[in-house]
Design a protein around this ligand. Sequence first.
Ligand SMILES: Nc1ncnc2c1ncn2[C@@H]1O[C@H](COP(=O)(O)OP(=O)(O)O)[C@@H](O)[C@H]1O
Ligand SMILES: [Mg+2]
Length: 271
Amino acid sequence: MEKEAKTTVVSLGFIKGGVGKTNIAILLAKYCAAAGKRVVLADSDLNNSLSFYFLNKEMMERTRKLNLAAALSDEGNDLSSFAVPTDTPGVDLIASTPYLADMRTLSEKRLKRLVPGLYGKYDILIIDCHPTYDNIVLNTFHAADYIITPVLKDLFSYNAAMFMSEVLPRDVEDLKSWYVLINGYNRRYEEARSGRQSDFIDLYRKGGFPLTPVETWLPWTAQIHLVVDYHKRLTCMKDAPGAVYNPALYHAIAELAGCFFEGALEAPGVF
Ligand SMILES: Nc1ncnc2c1ncn2[C@@H]1O[C@H](COP(=O)(O)OP(=O)(O)O)[C@@H](O)[C@H]1O
Ligand SMILES: [Mg+2]
């Protein structure tokens, strides 16, 4: 019998908030789905932002029973049965719930043990973490094939990344792929040898952080609000009506998505 295809697990996690985890989870999910991949998101942030983005009131009602805390509550659960369809074709979601806060004694390996329930049904699980470092975050890290930590070009991000580089090898058994992704990269300053951008990138490089490829670094752009807050589509094509034209943002997300799949992804142009 043919073995079921595995689901690649990506956790967007960082002890620091406000660095773009949720925005990146949204864009990445939409891109992968538009490229034909079967996507399931997990919202492990008590803030619920990802769930609010993807679910309407009716769908939200279903998440009273079907949510991440319920899924994690029993070792025998089928994780896929806790995902609800969203209004984005190809994207399902395992929603957050305040009850995640009651799971402080949950084994750090529970989610990892449940992930095979997604095999054959989803190509990728993208997890949005809350900005802390606890057993829920560690559950996602243990389950992850890739841990992606978005950082800003500021000292607080740098210090927090330093903290992560110390604790991750200690806390995550078999730590495979942890990467730091720069959010707020301006290609115009690429050649400048001095200035804030190169100072911080030097700092991250000298700190020995495993950076994602430069092509995946997101530009800082107010247009991200149009895409995320106003649910507009993003495009790299000048003549796509109604969509937000931002090739730099589009290509960063496309390149990031490409890191998680073998073989080239079919670029959707608009997503
Ligand atoms: N590349 C970007 N350009 C402009 N604004 C951004 C970018 N990334 C994130 N932001 C903004 O920063 C804020 C925090 O982003 P968010 O995704 O909620 O971070 P986190 O989930 O890490 O707390 C939001 O207001 C978001 O719109
Ligand atoms: Mg967030």
